[in-house]
Design a protein around this ligand. Structure first.
Ligand code: FMN
Length: 334
């Protein structure tokens, strides 16, 4: 503090603030470098599959894509063959290094068995090499097939006014829509989502609502994860955070935390009001991010956190089972 006020006196104000800005840029780069180094080293992106966690992350993402494929409103028999082949390879690599006891591995095997069972009724739909690969794999790990969930609208909304435990367990990502969402009810859901906590109550979350079918299709074409159901959405929500509300470099990730908390509260609020919803990642390349900004007039100072496809809930539909790991797995006592 003393040095700062001394420098202010010795240097002209202009020079002082110039140097301060240079220093801020230096600190900013250092902070992002600190984050980037950790991400490069520990995510699966740069040094793939060299830890148990990296392999499990890959296996879960792959079996989940198969679960989704099974639940699609217009399921394509023979879908995801390359994906299935990769999943089996990753499962075998996992067994080789970490054995067969892991709950995620076991669920992956069950999903492979469900895929196999589904395709048994359509003998010519799978490539014969893949068929043999699946058969050989399952002969070594004879678990029962998993079963994705069949639901009715009534069952899905049964716990909307139940205590939180039941209510929260009844929310599932819906990948099948039928009918429209009332604008007034959507407004109430967004209002309820505003009860989410935010840093110093700064409330930097923003919600864009796209109504126009053509615009929804254009936005979804920039997103990787809505194939097979996105076209059924009645509206598309875009959750952004306004960076103007963040104060220092140490808050560089706060927008994502605030946006994540707001988004979950919004998912619960949508469920409460009987609106079907599926969160859609915005892990977009720069070009796609710029495309969405242009399409929806999202200003530079806002970052996109998540898209949410919403629509009416069909009479009957399927849900991905998306099982959760055992709670002991995620608790670390110190
Ligand atoms: C940040 C985030 C991104 C997601 N992106 C997608 C997506 O692109 N496509 C999709 O179908 N589901 C997506 N989901 C939904 C997850 O697959 C789903 O939440 C998970 O499987 C758990 O299932 P549940 O929501 O039914 O409990 C996303 C979820 C989150 C939290």
């Amino acid at each position: 503090m003393f040095i700062k006020s001394l420098l202010k006196k010795v240097l002209s104000y202009k020079l002082f603030y110039f140097l301060q800005k240079i220093n801020f840029i230096r600190i900013t780069y250092k902070a992002f470098k600190y984050d980037a180094k950790r991400y490069l080293k520990h995510s699966n992106a740069f040094f793939p599959f060299n830890t148990k966690g990296k392999l499990l992350g890959q296996i879960i993402a792959e079996y989940h894509a198969i679960e989704k494929g099974i639940c699609m409103p217009e399921r394509r028999i023979g879908f995801g063959q390359k994906l299935m082949s990769n999943l089996i390879d990753h499962c075998l690599l996992f067994v080789q290094n970490y054995g067969t006891n892991d709950e995620n591995f076991i669920h992956a095997v069950k999903v492979i068995a469900e895929y196999d069972l589904l395709h048994k009724a359509y003998p010519d739909k799978l490539d014969s090499t893949l068929e043999k690969k699946i058969e050989k794999f399952l002969s070594n790990f004879p678990y029962d097939a998993s079963s994705q969930l069949q639901m009715t609208r009534e069952e899905y909304l049964k716990y909307n006014n139940a205590p939180f435990d039941k209510f929260s367990q009844s929310r599932h990502s819906l990948r099948n829509f039928s009918g429209n969402v009332d604008e007034n009810i959507l407004f109430q859901a967004i209002q309820l989502a505003q009860t989410a906590p935010s840093s110093c109550n700064r409330q930097p979350s923003r919600v864009y609502i796209i109504n126009e079918k053509e615009k929804i299709a254009q936005a979804l074409a920039l997103q990787n994860g809505n194939r097979g159901f996105g076209h059924l959405a009645d509206k598309l929500l875009i959750i952004t955070e306004d960076l103007n509300y963040f104060l220092s470099i140490s808050e560089r990730n706060e927008a994502y935390i605030n946006g994540g908390m707001f988004s979950l509260n919004l998912l619960y609020a949508l469920h409460f009001y009987g609106i079907g919803a599926c969160p859609l990642n915005w892990c977009a390349e720069q070009e796609n991010d710029m495309g969405l900004r242009k399409l929806c007039s999202i200003p530079e100072n806002e970052i996109v956190i998540l898209l949410i496809a919403i629509g009416g809930i069909p009479e009957k539909f399927m849900l991905a089972s998306s099982p959760r790991v055992h709670t002991h797995t995620i608790i670390k006592k110190i």
